[in-house]
Write a protein that binds this ligand. Structure first.
Ligand SMILES: [Zn+2]
Length: 121
């Protein structure tokens, strides 16, 4: 396991952001708190924390993988079409039950809204 301090920094960065962050964003914001935080360390910590379900990976088509803290319920996301940031919409929701085409193995589902964030509007 990556050391406790590094993992604590990653958790607090995600907590404070309140939205899913890319690896690069985690590294940049993490270094603001712990300047010696290394890229390889962050990668390893993210992998271990994802495996341990301390953080959750989210990925939308055409977007880099992002990470967020586990939420109590499935929730929609918002993507800004200008800056590409992803925001949580804190609304509990259930994905619709679907009947996928024969042979299609469904491994995930997401509800994503897109638009312009307050910073970019
Ligand atoms: Zn934006």
């Amino acid at each position: 396991m990556a050391n406790t301090q590094q993992r604590a920094v990653i958790l607090s960065v995600l907590q404070e952001a309140g939205r899913p962050l890319t690896r690069e964003e985690v590294l940049r914001l993490g270094r603001a708190r712990l300047p010696r935080l290394g890229s390889a360390t962050v990668n390893r910590a993210i992998r271990e924390m994802t495996d341990a379900f301390q953080i959750i990976g989210v990925q939308f088509p055409g977007q880099p993988r992002r990470y967020e803290l586990p939420a109590e319920a499935e929730h929609p996301h918002l993507i800004c079409r200008v800056c590409n940031k992803v925001f949580d919409l804190p609304v509990a929701m259930q994905l619709p039950v679907i009947d996928p085409p024969k042979g299609f193995v469904v491994t995930g589902g997401e509800v994503v809204y897109s638009g312009t964030c307050p910073n970019c509007a």
